[in-house]
Design a protein around this ligand. Sequence first.
Ligand SMILES: Nc1ncnc2c1ncn2[C@@H]1O[C@H](COP(=O)(O)OP(=O)(O)O)[C@@H](O)[C@H]1O
Ligand SMILES: [Mg+2]
Length: 331
Amino acid sequence: MREDGIVAESLVKRYHIGGLLRRGRRYIEALRGVSFRARRGEVLGLLGPNGAGKTTTVKILATLLEPDEGDAWIAGFHVVKDRGLVRRNIGVMLSVERGFYWKLTGRENLVYFGLLYGIPRAKLDSRIRELSDLIGLEEVGVLDKPFEEMSLGMKARLGLARALLADPEVIMLDEPSLGLDPASARRVRRVIRGLAEEGKTVLLTTHNMVEAEEVCDRIAFIASGRIVAEGSVDELKSILSPIVSVVARLLPPHNEVNGLLDKTLAGFDFSVRERGEYLVVRIRVKRGEEHLAVEKLLSLVKDGFRLIESRVEEPGLEDLYIALTRGGSEA
Ligand SMILES: Nc1ncnc2c1ncn2[C@@H]1O[C@H](COP(=O)(O)OP(=O)(O)O)[C@@H](O)[C@H]1O
Ligand SMILES: [Mg+2]
């Protein structure tokens, strides 16, 4: 258990909506049995469409909401029974504007929250300086600007700094890069990777596939309150999409080559596109059988084709995400 920073087991959460009268009461089942683990030293991405249950999951893990069923542990502490200990071991960044004092500067906000978290005043200044260097607070002017005058990127950097203030073991970031300028988003990604390398556990929710692929060690896809797949990016791709494409750019010996291609590639799932004087041939094969396609390409070379370049193309995380969560927002 100790090496698991986060364990979620069969979490169920219902939101009651509608009238106060019993007759009119209804509920939304936001989580329908969510289970996953995040190990120490790992960034776990929780990915899913709007309404899938990402924020609800983060709030339960952060002890801001109690689950109706199921259990969860943070660094070995139970989110309901050991709430105080959980709070001492987590840093959370929910939506960027949450909880900051609008009239106070970035530095004043950080001092306020630092004292609230029980960090001695004497240590606080050096901690804020450390975080400023790490996250680039000073360089974008976050420390001395009132919160209400900050851009979204500045607020996000401040939110991240607050989450890291008490040097927690487990860090949870709910869509940290939503709407950020590229420089801030890049900085946030770099900080997240650094945290994992220090041995922290990071849970990150995001919509951004590029970010997920760049930052996450493993990914859990959530749709309609259920985890529909979990694994490393490579595992997910190979489990869910056993097909890869061998793509080659060829210079044909003459113009009348269609018959030759059809004959050589008979039995393969392939397509051909013209690109100027070149042909781009795309052959889809089972993962692990790429060599069969390459052998055919080499036989084309014997027939007078010049092989300009070839590569194996993976199915994208985006394709996978769409396939897994299709129609998955609200059920
Ligand atoms: N306070 C709430 N009251 C009622 N329904 C809610 C509340 N918060 C979230 N929901 C509903 O629960 C589901 C999951 O929401 P949420 O966890 O915010 O998803 P995500 O963060 O993935 O977009 C959605 O259907 C949402 O409309
Ligand atoms: Mg959300």
